[in-house]
Design a protein around this ligand. Structure first.
Ligand SMILES: Nc1ncnc2c1ncn2[C@@H]1O[C@H](COP(=O)(O)OP(=O)(O)O)[C@@H](O)[C@H]1O
Ligand SMILES: [Mg+2]
Length: 369
């Protein structure tokens, strides 16, 4: 856990405080997305957490210990740091760049090598391709991945990320964001993620910290910030399409009806199998390249035998994608259902009705304001 308690920072050569009375905590395993206009103090807060800057007053605790009492080098080894400029050493190979901290920690050569290979794979790079290359031989997106791998090298519990994907084009940025979220599911780091892009904050943050002129204006879940912004500053940062952003916020899998796999031999008692499993959708294993066939309890209740109502799931999205993508897919394919995949396996469906229900809930939420 990271705790900031009434932290202030005024730089010696500046009359205006950069950070003013910020108190907040980032829970273990959560991503805190810090967002706000340029100059609002985001970078300064990150740099105080790994003691590249010292607060003028206030206390910062990491893992329950006041960092002022810690040796800065030791502290930093427990904190991965990813910055937009990446900061790879240009004359060292990717392998050497990623292994910097493990080397400092005097791990054995064998352990270092297997860790680096494992890390490169984790961030979506082919170790055979990039291990011996130099930074300038990589694309911007690949370099950012190396930056993340390096920060994770010694498996620190904490990651500080300062606009880590800011320098790449929107398509690559999207991919990096999704890859990082996937990775976070496995590594469950405590992350401070700085961005000036509200969409990125909404996508990445378990909680969002909105900052303005060094002050913490609001610190809540994305849903709470979007549905109950505390003042006009937050409303402005969110922009006009708050409703659409909310659709962007919920992952498709949250609205999904989970499906249960049926063997051919179970078809005659499909209803019973569904009810026993507590699911409302059943599917059978496709032959070869056939698309997945499924049926819903609702359809069976209309009186048709299972064999006749087997519908083909024509389009699929990953459950990690936002509900907005499910909606777009339905519109594009002129279908009122999409299949949901998890790790490339069919796990359920989401229907137009599910999305409609979700939109009504959002409306109710907004009307409460
Ligand atoms: N080393 C420094 N010396 C003086 N002023 C600084 C220094 N670093 C940052 N500042 C000032 O502190 C404020 C916050 O900066 P920063 O934390 O970099 O903002 P952000 O990352 O949100 O863009 C700005 O007004 C900036 O000019
Ligand atoms: Mg900054």
């Amino acid at each position: 856990m990271i705790q900031l308690i009434d932290v202030n920072k005024t730089f010696l050569n500046s009359p205006v405080p950069a950070v003013r009375g910020v108190s907040m905590e980032v829970k273990d395993g959560e991503i805190c997305a810090m967002v706000g206009p340029s100059g609002c103090g985001k970078t300064t807060i990150l740099r105080m957490i790994n003691r590249l800057e010292e607060p003028s007053s206030g206390t910062i605790m990491v893992g329950g210990r006041d960092i002022q009492q810690e040796d800065p080098d030791r502290l930093r080894r427990g904190i991965g740091y990813v910055i937009q400029q990446i900061g790879l050493l240009p004359h060292r190979t990717i392998g050497e760049n990623v292994s910097l901290v493990p080397r400092l920690l005097r791990w054995s050569e064998q352990k270092i090598k297997s860790r680096v290979i494992n890390l490169l794979e984790m961030v979506g790079l082919d170790p055979g391709q990039v291990y011996e290359k130099f930074p300038h031989q990589l694309s911007g997106g690949q370099m950012q991945r190396v930056g993340v791998a390096r920060a994770l090298a010694a498996d620190p519990p904490i990651l500080l990320m300062d606009e880590p994907f800011g320098a790449v084009d929107p398509i690559v940025r999207n991919r990096l964001q999704e890859e990082f979220l996937n990775l976070q599911q496995q590594v469950k780091k405590t992350v401070c993620f700085v961005t000036h892009d509200i969409n990125e904050a909404i996508k990445m943050g378990d909680r969002i910290a909105v900052l303005n002129e060094g002050r913490l204006v609001q610190y809540n879940s994305p849903l709470e910030v979007l549905s109950h912004p505390v003042n006009d500053f937050v409303v402005n940062i969110l922009g006009e399409d708050r409703g659409v952003k909310l659709l962007n916020l919920t992952r498709a899998e949250a609205l999904m009806s989970e499906a249960v796999l049926l063997q051919e031999s179970q078809m005659d008692r499909a209803v019973q199998v569904l009810q026993e499993s507590g699911k409302t959708v059943g599917f059978i294993k496709p032959n070869g390249n056939e698309s997945i066939k499924y049926f819903t309890l609702e359809n069976i209740k209309k009186g048709m035998p299972v064999k006749e109502i087997l519908e083909k799931g024509t389009c699929f999205i990953d459950g990690f994608q936002p509900v907005k993508t499910a909606l777009e897919t339905m519109m594009k394919r002129n279908s009122d259902v999409v299949g949901i995949l998890k790790e490339d396996r069919f796990v359920g469906i989401i229907t137009w009705q599910d999305i409609k229900k979700h939109i009504s809930t959002i409306r109710e939420h907004e009307n409460e304001c």
